[in-house]
Design a protein around this ligand. Structure first.
Ligand code: HPA
Length: 277
C-alpha cells in the first residue's frame, strides 16, 4: 500500500516546485487574481500592514491551498490575502509562516516563498520580529536586513544547486525603503534554529561573526526566494534587545507586546514602501 500524506510536501518523492505550482493555481482560482506582482510575508508586529495596503480582493484560509497544512503549534489557521494597491499592484500577503523549529522540514518552511514565485511575484518582502544586538536600537524600531548569517546548517536547495547569494537583500529595494524613511538603519540577520531564545554567549558569538539581529526565520526563506529568481526586501522589527544585551530575561509576551505597540507605525511604513516598489 502506498503511504498517504496529508501534506504533499511530506512525500519525499514529490517535486516541491510542482506542489508550489499547484498552490499558485489554487490561489488564482480562489482569489480570481491570475498573477501577483509582489508577495509579503508578515511576521510578528507587521500584521496590520495588510489592512492599509489597499483593497482586499480575497482572503483565503491557508489550509485550502496545496501544501499549506495546519500550523503545528499555533491554534489558529493562517490566511493568504490578495490585495490591490491604489497604484494597481496585486500583492499576495502571506499570514501563514512555517518556522524551521516546527520540524516539518525545509520544504514546508519555504513553500510559501516558492508559491509566491509561482503566482508571478517578482519581489518578495520578508518581515519578522527579532532581537537586536546593536545597543543603539530600541524595541519597537524597524530595521532593514542588509545580509544574513544562516546558523541552521540547513538549506532549502536540494542537490548540487549552487546559487549566488551576493546582494541577497537587494540594495536597490533597501534604497527605495530609505527614500520613504531615511532614518531606517540596517543590519545582518542571524538565523538560529530556536525555538529557545539564544544564550548571552550565543548572542556574543553572533556579534563577533558580524551579526546585528537574531531571529528564527527569514534566512532560509530568502535563499529559496533567490533560487526562484525574486528580488528580496527584508525588514526586522526589533521587539527586544538580544539576550545579555538587555539586562532582563526575554519572554514571548514581551515580544508580542512590542509588536503590538509598534504595529500601527511600522505597518504604515511597510504599506508606503510596498507602494513605492
Ligand atoms: N531571538 C530570536 N528570535 C527572536 C528574538 C530574539 O531575541 N526576539 C524575537 N524573536
Amino acid at each position: 500500500m502506498p503511504e498517504t500524506h496529508s501534506n504533499p510536501l511530506d512525500d519525499p518523492t514529490a517535486n516541491p516546485f510542482e506542489v508550489a505550482a499547484q498552490a499558485a493555481a489554487d490561489i488564482a482560482r480562489l482569489t480570481g487574481v491570475e498573477n501577483h506582482d509582489i508577495a509579503l510575508t508578515l511576521g510578528s508586529g507587521w500584521g496590520k500592514a495588510a489592512d492599509i495596503l489597499g483593497e482586499t480582493v480575497a482572503t483565503i484560509p491557508a489550509t485550502e491551498v496545496t501544501g499549506f497544512s495546519k500550523p503545528a503549534l499555533e491554534g489558529h489557521v493562517g490566511t493568504l490575502r490578495s490585495i490591490r494597491t491604489p497604484g494597481g499592484k496585486n500583492v499576495l500577503v502571506i499570514g501563514a509562516r512555517t518556522h524551521y523549529y516546527e520540524d516539518h522540514g525545509v520544504r514546508r518552511v519555504v513553500h510559501s516563498v516558492r508559491t509566491a514565485a509561482a503566482t508571478g511575484a517578482k519581489i518578495m518582502v520578508l518581515t519578522n520580529g527579532a532581537g537586536g544586538i546593536r545597543e543603539t536600537w530600541t524595541p519597537g524600531q524597524p530595521v532593514l536586513i542588509s545580509d544574513h548569517i544562516n546558523l541552521t546548517a540547513d538549506s532549502p536547495l536540494e542537490g548540487a544547486t549552487f546559487v549566488d547569494l551576493t546582494d541577497l537583500y537587494s540594495k536597490r529595494l533597501r534604497d527605495i525603503a530609505r527614500s520613504i524613511d531615511p532614518m531606517l538603519d540596517e543590519g545582518v540577520y542571524t538565523q538560529f534554529r530556536g525555538p529557545h531564545y539564544e544564550t548571552p554567549a550565543e548572542v556574543q558569538m553572533a556579534k563577533h561573526i558580524g551579526g546585528h539581529i537574531v531571529g528564527m526565520s527569514t534566512a532560509l526563506e530568502a535563499i529559496a526566494a533567490r533560487e526562484a529568481g525574486m528580488e528580496i526586501l527584508g525588514f526586522s522589527l526589533i521587539t527586544n534587545l538580544a539576550a545579555g544585551i538587555q539586562q532582563t530575561p526575554l519572554s514571548h509576551a514581551e515580544v508580542i507586546e512590542a509588536g503590538r505597540e509598534a504595529e500601527p507605525v511600522i505597518s504604515a511604513l511597510l504599506a508606503r514602501v510596498v507602494e513605492a516598489l
